[in-house]
Write a protein that binds this ligand. Structure first.
Ligand SMILES: C[S@@+](CC[C@H](N)C(=O)[O-])C[C@H]1O[C@@H](n2cnc3c(N)ncnc32)[C@H](O)[C@@H]1O
Length: 248
């Protein structure tokens, strides 16, 4: 079972996300155990302060190292040698992608540190964390939403979490390509018809249509992804056909 600890000043923010849908079911199935901790509890200051003014002046408050170092130590049962992935949410970090989610899904223990205010003391970054992850090139008020995004992307990859019906194997990015379009009943909705091939019952043709649509989507929306993967000869041929159709 994967263990996920989250250090935050706003634990209530996680109740909605971890307490619903697939993330909740994953915990019920014992694929994952969540532990959301307010690191204010670890402050050794009688006022339980967790932040302070930045040395050198400037706007905003900075998270102090002590409560966060001590919280991580307590999570690891005071075992300094314990090898957990300690992930700092940080707009300056490596950008999250599917590959990173897949890598983290192989771990047994993840600890997330959610920053707030102006940021955190640099010694946390230098001496405590193993990964700094950003969820995109924009600045959030805190790391909580980022931690939730990473947890969601990781937990759905754990064995037993998604059934066959919701398999992630063909999801966008898992194959290196964007996923093909989906349709459901009715076949004719107010004059808008689904492509003939997918109601043909011919599985070989349906698979080929999906494979080509996946390539078409990637070429038109995210051509950068095509440079990252090795295409089969057949895919290269299809891609050339798709490109010709677009050009004409
Ligand atoms: C207001 S931000 C601090 C930004 C910092 N002053 C800077 O310019 O890099 C407060 C906290 O929100 C979180 N955060 C903000 N943007 C994020 C992003 N794109 N991805 C992940 N975490 C983010 C981080 O934990 C950060 O410490």
């Amino acid at each position: 079972m994967m263990k996920i600890d989250v250090l935050t000043l706003f634990p209530e923010m996680f109740e909605g996300v971890l307490g619903h849908s697939i993330l909740k079911k994953a915990a019920e199935k014992k694929a994952v155990h969540y532990n959301v901790i307010n690191f204010r509890e670890f402050s050794d200051n009688k006022h339980q302060t967790v932040d302070d003014y930045p040395y050198g002046g400037g706007a905003g408050m900075v998270l102090k190292p002590q409560p966060i170092f001590d919280a991580v130590k307590a999570i690891n049962n005071n075992n300094e040698e314990k090898k957990s992935r300690v992930i700092l949410l940080c707009p300056q970090g490596e950008r999250l992608n599917q590959k990173k989610a897949e890598e983290l899904a192989k771990e047994e223990h993840l600890i997330f540190i959610c920053g707030h205010y102006e940021g955190y003391d640099e010694r946390i970054r230098e001496h405590l964390v193993t990964d700094e992850i950003s969820i995109g090139d924009y600045v959030l008020t805190g790391g909580e939403l980022g931690a939730m995004v990473i947890i969601d992307s990781v937990v759905r990859l754990l064995p037993e979490v998604l059934g066959n019906e919701e398999s992630h194997q063909k999801d966008s990015f898992s194959t290196g390509l964007l996923e093909h379009p989906h349709y459901t009943r009715p076949a004719d909705f107010r004059g808008m018809k689904v492509p003939e091939v997918i109601i043909s019952g011919n599985h070989k043709n349906i698979e080929e249509w999906r494979a080509k649509e996946s390539l078409r989507r990637t070429l038109t929306r995210r051509p950068d992804l095509l440079k990252e993967i090795d295409l089969t000869k057949e895919q290269v041929k299809w891609l050339e056909e798709i490109q010709k159709n677009i050009d004409n």
